[in-house]
Design a protein around this ligand. Structure first.
Ligand code: TXA
Ligand code: MG
Length: 424
């Protein structure tokens, strides 16, 4: 199959709509990432999306509409909850997906057998024009091969999908750069399943209580049920190993330079490039998480473009605002997460105990598979996995450590606090 590239013209809006009405696949621009669209009411057309992407059949798709009224018009949901109306008023058109109980018109191929459906009203004018012209809602996952970074330009789509789909509509590069925020209203208290351009703080300002699904800041254990099936798959991974470091700016620079070599690269912030002795790609200015989100997937793809990168280091951002979305995508892309601290000298907060023993509290990373243990519990098996980066238990003056609790038990942050005893 030859994949047509359609420029952003009114004729091509019609052309894209015709392909979609005829049961074909068109990659369409949205403000988040490019979506691989098919007629959401045509189960046979939707099946082709799964084939083209190599997507597991149990991972449901988002249904895109051009107007709020389309949700009722096309019988997409059983009923529209009041909270959905509030969210739509505040954030649609925009990067927010709302999960509701599914209506009778939604084929099983779209919902992957669940009794819920994800609905989004995108902000990109071309996306809405194509939906209007096709006169049907469009099912569209991100238009990448399953497991690769989501595409934020038509070129990224072509790199993954050339020859597999009918057309790509080129609407420029995506403004948000990470996929939409996904919130479920289908089961009691609203819960954030995937962070994106609409932040948890914004959702709470409209709805009051919004829970954060535990999978957002961690990876799921084998066999653990995912609220959003997509969360159980490794995602966004370039071919190089992404290693995340949770540390200060200086420590990041020092650590990467200490580990420099052929095949090493870093994702960094503006201004770090001159201090780093490895290939660098800046995500944007420090603390500007919206800018970092916008460039993240393109940067991950560029790393593979270098051809020879084996390891790429990145700092983990804060989880505030859009930082939460960057954090979530990075941990999905990562092969390893480490906390870097230097213990060559005692940290300033160390308190002298009897017999030349010092004690202080550290935040430490524990392996993903232990996240979810009750706060305050002390899993003995932790010792073996403690500190992937330079095993402190092998430190000549290491005495002992204890897990003492989770700083915010409701938030499932992957940091727990431990007490570490090291002899001077
Ligand atoms: O920004 C976006 O959301 C883009 C653009 C194209 O709209 N789309 C996108 O789709 O990212 P996709 O398929 O790559 O991600 C959709 C996520 C998946 O993790 C999927 O499991 C989840 O939403 N999802 C879809 N329907 C669901 C449902 N009924 N219940 C729970 N999770 C659902
Ligand atoms: Mg995707």
């Amino acid at each position: 199959m030859e994949t047509q590239i359609l420029g952003n013209t009114p004729e091509n809006i019609k052309k894209a709509a015709e392909i979609l009405s005829g049961g074909g696949l068109v990659a369409i621009p949205t403000e988040t990432v490019y979506g691989l669209a098919a007629d959401a009411l045509n189960g046979e057309a939707v099946k082709k999306i799964f084939e083209a992407k190599g997507r597991p059949a149990d991972n449901p798709l988002i249904v895109h509409v051009a107007e709020f009224e389309d949700i009722e018009r096309f019988n997409l949901v059983r009923e529209i909850p009041g909270a959905a109306v509030k969210l739509a008023k505040s954030f649609w058109p925009g990067p927010l997906t709302i999960i509701m109980k599914k209506g009778s018109a939604v084929p099983d191929e779209v919902s992957a057998g669940l009794d819920t459906v994800a609905v989004r009203l995108p902000g990109h004018p071309a996306a809405r024009d194509i939906i209007r012209a096709a006169n049907t809602p469009l099912a569209a996952p991100s238009a990448n091969l399953s497991g690769s970074p989501s595409p934020t330009t038509a070129r990224h789509v072509i790199n993954d999908m050339d020859g597999k789909i009918d057309a790509v509509f080129d609407g420029g590069s995506c403004a948000v750069g990470v996929e939409s925020t996904v919130v479920t209203l289908a089961e009691g208290t609203p819960r954030l399943l995937r962070p994106g351009g609409i932040t948890l703080e914004q959702l709470r300002s409209v709805l009051g209580t919004v829970e954060l699904d535990s999978a957002v800041l961690s990876q799921l254990k084998e066999g653990q049920r995912a609220s959003s099936p997509g969360m159980k798959y490794k995602h966004y991974a370039p071919k190089a190993n992404v290693v995340l470091l949770k540390c200060g700016d200086e420590e990041f620079i020092d650590y990467v330079n200490a580990n420099k070599g052929v095949g090493v690269a870093a994702l960094c912030c503006d201004g770090d490039e001159e201090k780093l002795d490895v290939k660098c790609i800046s995500l944007g200015s420090r603390g500007d998480y919206a800018a970092q989100a916008q460039r993240l997937f393109d940067s991950l793809r560029r790393i593979d473009g270098y051809g020879d990168i084996v390891t790429v280091y990145s700092r983990l951002p804060s989880t505030d605002g859009v930082g939460l979305a960057v954090y979530n995508r990075l941990i999905r892309a990562a092969s390893d997460i480490s906390r870097i601290r230097r213990y060559s000298s005692l940290p300033p907060e160390a308190v002298e105990k009897e017999g030349g023993v010092y004690e202080w509290t550290i935040a430490m990373i524990i392996p993903f598979d232990l996240i979810g243990i009750a706060p305050g519990s002390v899993p003995v098996s932790l010792k073996a996995n403690f500190y992937k980066c330079g095993d402190l238990t092998a430190h000549p003056h290491f005495l002992s450590w204890n897990l003492v609790g989770c700083p915010s038990p409701d938030f499932h942050r992957p940091e727990y606090f431990g007490e570490l005893l090291i002899e001077r």
